[in-house]
Design a protein around this ligand. Structure first.
Ligand code: NAD
Length: 267
């Protein structure tokens, strides 16, 4: 049972990217602390599995398939939220993919698509949530950023880094604009967290694992469940005076200024 400070009973949350990885872990953590949820992901089967696991905890979870890079679909998701729950207390903007290519080769179409995934989609969801939270007297929003929100990674991450930098500033601007309405907006900046995409990249180039580990003083790569504690903290009253923060979840990477690598970024 959560202590009263971390109790989310009666609260309603939206989490995107909830089929797997950090989105699923965040959704499970919020449900374990008492929240009901609307979940979304492009992966319908995966998000349905997450909703079933949450139902097994005795909480309500509605799985949906929306593409968060499309504002019309984000708005549809909030319309469904209004109908099914009638309120929102927490938004977790987790979904979003990148396209990697060297800056001299990447197409502007790909840069724009990454921006739609990570910036426009997150902003549209913040706007929809913020409007509702203003009417209800407050709430909490968490945007997933990255080490790339505040440091360069190299290795073809230029579109991702530009977008994640914008996510950091989105978080700071919204926290500044909305704090008077009781709305807190924070960002979590993860280092390398194992997911199928990262595992594939490491399988293709095994030296990447050691390269990443050399930048993580804690001595291991991240696991999606590492986001559970921060998710509950930031959704709950336990963090009621924390807003506008960019919180590393990185095993110490940013503290030693390691970024994506301590080697030459092109190696
Ligand atoms: N894994 C890492 O090392 C890492 C590090 C820093 C930041 N991040 C960021 O954290 C977030 C989650 O990462 P993860 O490792 O849990 O990812 P993941 O690949 O395990 O899961 C991402 C989920 O988002 C869904 N998704 C992707 N695009 C979508 C869209 N347009 N609309 C709806 N759903 C969509 C996918 O179907 C998938 O289920 C991403 O924004 C990622 O950029 C990841």
């Amino acid at each position: 049972m959560p202590t009263a400070l971390f109790d989310l009973t009666g609260k309603v949350a939206i989490v995107s990217g909830a089929a797997q990885g950090m989105g699923r872990a965040m959704a499970m953590a919020l449900a374990e602390a008492g929240a009901d949820l609307l979940l979304t992901d492009l992966n319908e089967a995966g998000v349905t599995r997450t909703a079933e696991a949450i139902a097994g905890l005795g909480r309500r979870a509605i799985p949906t398939r929306h593409d968060v890079s499309e504002p019309a679909q984000v708005r549809q998701m909030f319309a469904l939220l209004d109908k099914e729950f009638g309120r929102i207390d927490f938004l977790g903007n987790v979904a979003g993919e990148s396209i990697m290519a060297p800056p001299e080769d990447i197409t502007l179409e790909d840069v724009e698509q990454v921006w739609r995934n990570l910036v426009l989609g997150r902003f549209c969801a913040c706007q929809e949530a913020g409007r509702r939270m203003m009417r209800s007297g407050g709430g909490s929003i968490v945007n997933i950023g990255s080490l790339a929100s505040i440091t360069a990674l190299g290795r073809g991450h230029v579109a991702y880094s530009m977008a994640m930098g914008a996510v950091a500033q989105m978080t700071r601007e919204l926290s500044t604009e909305w704090s008077g309405h009781g709305i807190r907006v924070n960002a979590i900046l993860p280092a390398q967290v194992l997911n199928p995409g990262l595992e594939k990249r490491i399988a293709e180039k095994p030296s990447l694992r050691d390269q990443f580990l050399s930048g993580i003083p804690a001595g291991r790569l991240g696991h999606p469940d590492d986001i559970k504690g921060l998710s509950v903290l930031l959704a709950s009253d336990a963090s009621r005076w924390i807003t506008g923060a960019l919180i590393p979840m990185d095993g110490g990477n940013l503290a030693m200024n390691a970024g994506g690598s301590v080697r030459h970024p092109l190696s």
